[in-house]
Design a protein around this ligand. Structure first.
Ligand SMILES: [Zn+2]
Length: 169
């Protein structure tokens, strides 16, 4: 077990060695559980809607998962490392299929709730479940599917924040 002071020292070491040395990949590939959601993991970039390359700049004008305000407005590029977020027109076409998959989860959860109270699920009940989950989760589904999509093509670069460079891929 790490003591709290150990963790602090570990963090300080990371800060002092910035930009990371050539063997920094050992840190990126560190698969200990507490690092699963840490910077350097794609889950971090997706869950926090951060730039897939530097994991620091926001992806969206309004980076909240629940808010409908300016829901679909993406920044043109990363404010920190200058990564271009839409390298070509129609880049996010495939993200649509990711969003279908993401819609299934909440919809099935609402259907599951309905089954607790009703003997049978009619088509209209299913459509209702779909509408309720879209109403609640559309901003999250839209943003997460784009974040997943861009993370498929662009990987984490620990040196990106220190050396901003406009890049498409
Ligand atoms: Zn960036």
């Amino acid at each position: 077990m790490l003591k709290k002071s150990d963790t602090r020292n570990y963090r300080n070491t990371r800060l002092l060695s910035y930009p990371p040395p050539k063997n920094a990949r050992t840190f990126v590939e560190d698969k200990r559980p507490e690092k699963m959601l840490g910077k350097g993991s794609k889950l971090y970039s997706i869950a926090r809607l951060k730039c897939p390359r530097c994991h620091e700049g926001d992806l969206f004008v309004n980076n909240s998962l629940l808010s409908w305000r300016k829901m679909s407005e993406m920044l043109p590029n990363c404010p920190v490392c200058q990564q271009v977020y839409e390298p070509e027109p129609g880049y996010y076409y495939g993200a649509m299929f990711v969003s279908y998959a993401l819609t299934a989860g909440p919809t099935l959860a609402v259907v599951g709730l309905m089954m607790l109270f009703s003997q049978e699920i009619t088509l209209w009940m299913f459509i209702g479940a779909l509408l309720v989950s879209l109403l609640l989760f559309l901003p999250a589904i839209f943003k997460l599917s784009r974040a997943i999509w861009i993370n498929i093509f662009i990987g984490y670069d620990p040196t990106a924040a220190a050396s901003p460079q406009a890049r498409g891929h």
